[in-house]
Write a protein that binds this ligand. Sequence first.
Ligand code: PSU
Ligand code: MN
Length: 305
Amino acid sequence: MNQHMLIAPEVRDALRDGLPVVALESTIISHGFPYPANVECARETERNVRECGAVPATIAILEGKLKVGLAADEIEHLASAGNIIKASRRDIPVLISTGQDGATTVAGTMLIASMAGIRVFATGGIGGVHRGAQESFDISADLLELARTDVAVVCAGAKSILDLGLTLEVLETHGVPVLGYRTDEFPAFYTRSSGHGVDRRFDSATEIARVIWTRRELGIIGGTVVANPIDAEHELDPEWLDGIISQALASADEMGVSGKELTPFLLGSIHGLTLGASEVANKQLVYSNARLAAAIASELVSLVD
Ligand code: PSU
Ligand code: MN
C-alpha cells in the first residue's frame, strides 16, 4: 500500500477478502507492562482476538518500517529491548526517516491502522486530559487522533490518573461519540464506574457496529470510543486505588516528570504500588476488549456486504 508499510501476509489476505481484522497497539508492550508479563499479554490478546473470529494486527515501527501484524520474535524484541521509543503521530515521520524502532500509542496505532484499512482497534485505556492540564496543557494526542481518524477504539475507559471529566469534555468538543458497552457510565479502567456518563449505551456489538458504519456512510470524519468496563470479578477496590494514584501523582510531581514520560511513569508506579494486583486486572480488561473488538469487527464486515 505504501513503500513505508509492511503488512503481514495473514493480515493482508484478511483485508483483501473482507474478513474482520483488529488492530492492537505496542506502547502497552514496551511501556505498559514489565517484562515478561508484556509478552504474555501481547500473545494472549492476539489469541483472544482469534478465538472471537478476527485476525489480530499488532502495530509497531521496526527499523523504520510501519509494521502491521508482528511475528513472535518482533513482539519479544519490543517487550525486552528496554529502549524502544514511545511513538505517537508526531514521532512517526522521524522514526521512519531515521530507520528506528517505535512502540505505537493509541494515536500512532490509529493512524497506521487507518492507513492499512483497519477500522477497529482494541487497547487497555486511552490517554486523555491529565489532572492539572489547566496549567500543564498536557492533553494526550490520542484525543486529537480520535477527532480525525476513522478507527473505533475499544477500551476500558481511561485511568483516573487523568481528569476523566475534562477528557470527556474534549472528546465532546471534537465530536467523538463515546459509546458504552452494557454501561451507562464511562469506566475508569480498573473500576467499572467513574461518576461520568457515556453518550449512549448499547448492549450488543451489532448496534455499535451500526453506529460506526452509519458515521462512515454520512462521511463524518473521526473515530469512535467504545467503552467496555472491566469484568466485575477483576475490578479493583476504588478507594484503595485512589490512594495509590495520589501517591503516583505526588512522586511524578516531586521528580518533575512531564511530557511523554509522564504516562509510562504513572503506569509503572501504579504497577509497583499495587504489588501486581493491577497487572492482573490490566491484562484481563485488555483480553475482554480484544474479544469485544473482534465481535464489532465481524459485525462491521457483514454490514459492508
Ligand atoms: N493508558 C493506560 N495504559 C497505557 C497507555 C495509556 O492505561 O499503556 C498508553 C497508550 O499507548 C496511550 C498512551 O496511547 O499511553 C498515552 O500516552 P500520553 O498520555 O503521553 O499521550
Ligand atoms: Mn502528554
